[in-house]
Design a protein around this ligand. Structure first.
Ligand SMILES: [Zn+2]
Length: 251
């Protein structure tokens, strides 16, 4: 590490509307909802903009995703057909090569229908060992569901965050040992009634942690969610397309 900081803790602001699907689309395309056109969770389709998967593939890299099914629909093919798309290994794909997905079909505030986060950390690590992907995204939905159900300022969320921390911590060490840089962040915040989608600091702002060799801005810097895609591509050595206008925050 040569004396460089091992972990950067920063704050990031979501696009508007800060609804999950719109944020997923912006995280990976680097363009706002006004451009990609996803106005919310009921408007999921194959996006037309270049994204992290497509750019990494063009640079010769291998990609993986262990995420909600919206990511497969946005960046590979839509509509999501569970029988065909719940998992795939497609070495020639121009987007996601190795995908493992969950749908949360039947989701409600009492029955969350989320897989355990441990059941996502293991598959993405398994894919890394088996296929040596260059870029992978893991996306868990437990904390969002817990926040909708219990709101954030309560014992249940304290415990849920601790469980997530405890499950994630050993994997950060494993992934770093495998040579990966790691960014841990969220799609949006959540307010005191468990809501997100609108314009308030609690709904839009969330933490971002970076583990790797690059240098970040000052810890109090409020990042723009649109910076994530070009930042990741710059770390991957892949071309940043003209549609991604925000500046990378790691150097
Ligand atoms: Zn939510």
């Amino acid at each position: 590490m040569g004396g460089k900081r091992r972990c950067e803790a920063l704050e990031n602001a979501a696009i508007l509307p800060c609804i999950s699907a719109s944020c997923y689309a912006s995280i990976h395309t680097g363009v706002p909802a006004q451009e990609h056109g996803c106005t919310g969770n009921r408007n999921v389709f194959r996006l037309s903009q270049p994204d992290i998967f497509s750019q990494v593939r063009q640079a010769g890299g291998v990609t993986a995703a262990v995420t909600h099914s919206f990511w497969s629909a946005f960046f590979n093919r839509a509509p999501f057909d569970p029988d065909r798309d719940i998992e795939y290994d497609e070495p020639d794909s121009p987007s996601i090569n190795h995908g493992r997905f969950y749908t949360m079909d039947g989701y409600g505030s009492v029955n969350q229908m989320t897989p355990s986060d441990a059941d996502l950390f293991a598959p993405v690590t398994n894919l890394a060992h088996r296929f040596g992907f260059d870029y992978g995204i893991l996306h868990a939905s437990t904390l969002d569901s817990m926040g909708h159900r219990f709101f954030h300022d309560c014992q249940e969320m304290d415990h849920a965050c601790l469980v997530m921390d405890e499950m994630l911590a050993p994997y950060i060490v494993k992934w770093r040992a495998m040579g990966y840089e790691v960014i841990v962040t969220a799609d949006h915040g959540q307010d005191e009634r468990g809501h997100h989608g609108g314009h308030s600091a609690l709904q839009q702002d969330f933490a971002l942690y970076y583990f790797g060799e690059a240098q970040g801005p000052a810890p109090e810097t409020l990042l723009d969610q649109l910076q994530l895609a070009p930042t990741i591509l710059s770390r991957m050595g892949a071309e940043i397309p003209a549609t991604m206008k925000a500046k990378p925050f790691l150097t």
